[in-house]
Design a protein around this ligand. Structure first.
Ligand SMILES: NC(=O)c1ccc[n+]([C@@H]2O[C@H](COP(=O)([O-])OP(=O)(O)OC[C@H]3O[C@@H](n4cnc5c(N)ncnc54)[C@H](OP(=O)(O)O)[C@@H]3O)[C@@H](O)[C@H]2O)c1
Length: 288
C-alpha cells in the first residue's frame, strides 16, 4: 500500500506516458499535488485527462523539453512562481536515439536530455526543495549503466567519435548514478535525499515511438513477453517517493524497491565529482 502523500507536492518529468504516467496516477491517488511535464502539449493533455480519470484527483501539466535550456528555465521559473514547495522531484524523462543528434545548445542529445537537462533542472529547483525538507529527489536510471563498461569518456562526453545508441544511453544512465551520488554528498545534513533506480524491463513506448527510436523497436518486440507492465515498472519510483522505510536513505541505487549495488564503475565517486564539475562547465559555456 502506498503511504499517504497528502500535503506533498511532486514534480515528475516526462510523465505523459510509461513509467512517469503510472507514477503520477499512483501518487495523485494517495493525495499528492502532482505536477507533470510533457514536451508534446497534445500528448500531455491526453495524459492529464487519463491521470485525472484514473486517480480521481486533479493534476497539472507543464511543458518541458529537456533538449532546450530556455525550456528548462521557463519550466523552473513557472513552477517556482506557482508552487511554494517541492517535496519530491522525479527526474524520469529519458530517451535512446539510433543516430547522433544535438540539443538546442549543441550537446549530444542522450547526454543532454537524460543527464544534463535534469542536472540543470535540479539545480534551478534545489533551493525550493531544500526549503521544503524533508524532501526527496529521484533519478530514474537503468541497469543499462552496465553497458558503459569503460565508464564515461571525459575527453568526449558528447560522443563525437563513433556514436552508438545503446552506448550513449548506457553512459547517460551511468551519469544519472554519478549525479545521484555526488548530489547526495553535497546535500548531507539537509534532510533532502537523492536516490537512483532501475525500473526493470518495462513495456512502455520507450525506444519505439517518436524521434529516431524506431530502429531499436525489434529489440523491444522480442523482449515484450518478458517485460513488466508500466504499472509494475513504476513501483520503485512510487516506493522511493512515498515509503517511510526510505526516510533519510540517500545516495543509493534501487531496483524492485530494494537497494542494489550498481557496477563498481558506477561507484567511482571521483568520476562522479568530475562529472559534476564538467556539467557545471558545460552549462556555463552554453550560457556564455
Ligand atoms: N522501459 C524500460 O524498460 C526502462 C528500463 C530502464 C530505465 N528506463 C527509464 O525509465 C524512464 C521512463 O521511460 P519509459 O520506459 O516510461 O519510456 P517512455 O514511455 O518513452 O517515457 C519517456 C518520457 O520521456 C520523455 N522525453 C523524451 N525526450 C524528452 C525531452 N527531450 N524532453 C522532455 N521529455 C522527454 C518522453 O516524451 P515523449 O512522449 O514526447 O517522447 C516520455 O514522456 C526513462 O528515463 C528510461 O531511461 C526505462
Amino acid at each position: 500500500m502506498t503511504a499517504s502523500m497528502q500535503g506533498k507536492t511532486v514534480l515528475i518529468t516526462g510523465a505523459n506516458s510509461g513509467i512517469g504516467k503510472e507514477t503520477a496516477v499512483a501518487l495523485a491517488r494517495v493525495g499528492a499535488t502532482v505536477v507533470f511535464t510533457s514536451r508534446d502539449p497534445q500528448k500531455g493533455e491526453q495524459a492529464a485527462a487519463d491521470i485525472r480519470q484514473r486517480s480521481g484527483a486533479d493534476v497539472t501539466l507543464m511543458p518541458l523539453d529537456l533538449a532546450s535550456f530556455p525550456s528548462i528555465r521557463a519550466l523552473a521559473a513557472d513552477f517556482l512562481q506557482r508552487y511554494d514547495s517541492l517535496h519530491v522531484l522525479i527526474n524520469n524523462a529519458g530517451l535512446v536515439l539510433n543516430e547522433r543528434t544535438e540539443t538546442e545548445e549543441g550537446f549530444e542529445t542522450t547526454f543532454g536530455v537524460n543527464h544534463l537537462g535534469h542536472f540543470l533542472l535540479t539545480q534551478l529547483l534545489l533551493d525550493r526543495i531544500k526549503a521544503s525538507a524533508p524532501a526527496r529527489i529521484i533519478n530514474v536510471a537503468s541497469n543499462a549503466h552496465r553497458f558503459a563498461r569503460g565508464g564515461l569518456d571525459f575527453d568526449d562526453l558528447q560522443l563525437t567519435n563513433g556514436y552508438g545508441g545503446w552506448q550513449a544511453y548506457g553512459r547517460s544512465k551511468l551519469a544519472n548514478i554519478y549525479f545521484t551520488r555526488e548530489l547526495a554528498r553535497r546535500l548531507e545534513g539537509s534532510d533532502v535525499t537523492v536516490n537512483a533506480l532501475h525500473p526493470g524491463g518495462v513495456n512502455t513506448g520507450f525506444s519505439h515511438d517518436g524521434d529516431v527510436r524506431a530502429p531499436f523497436s525489434w529489440l523491444f518486440t522480442l523482449a515484450k513477453p518478458f517485460l513488466r507492465s508500466p504499472e509494475k515498472g513504476a513501483q520503485t519510483s512510487i516506493f522511493l517517493a512515498s515509503a517511510p522505510e526510505v526516510d533519510g536513505v540517500t545516495g543509493k541505487y534501487f531496483a524492485d524497491s530494494k537497494e542494489e549495488q550498481p557496477t563498481p564503475i558506477a561507484q567511482d565517486d571521483e568520476a562522479a565529482r568530475r562529472l559534476w564539475t564538467a556539467s557545471e562547465e558545460l552549462i556555463a559555456q552554453a550560457d556564455a
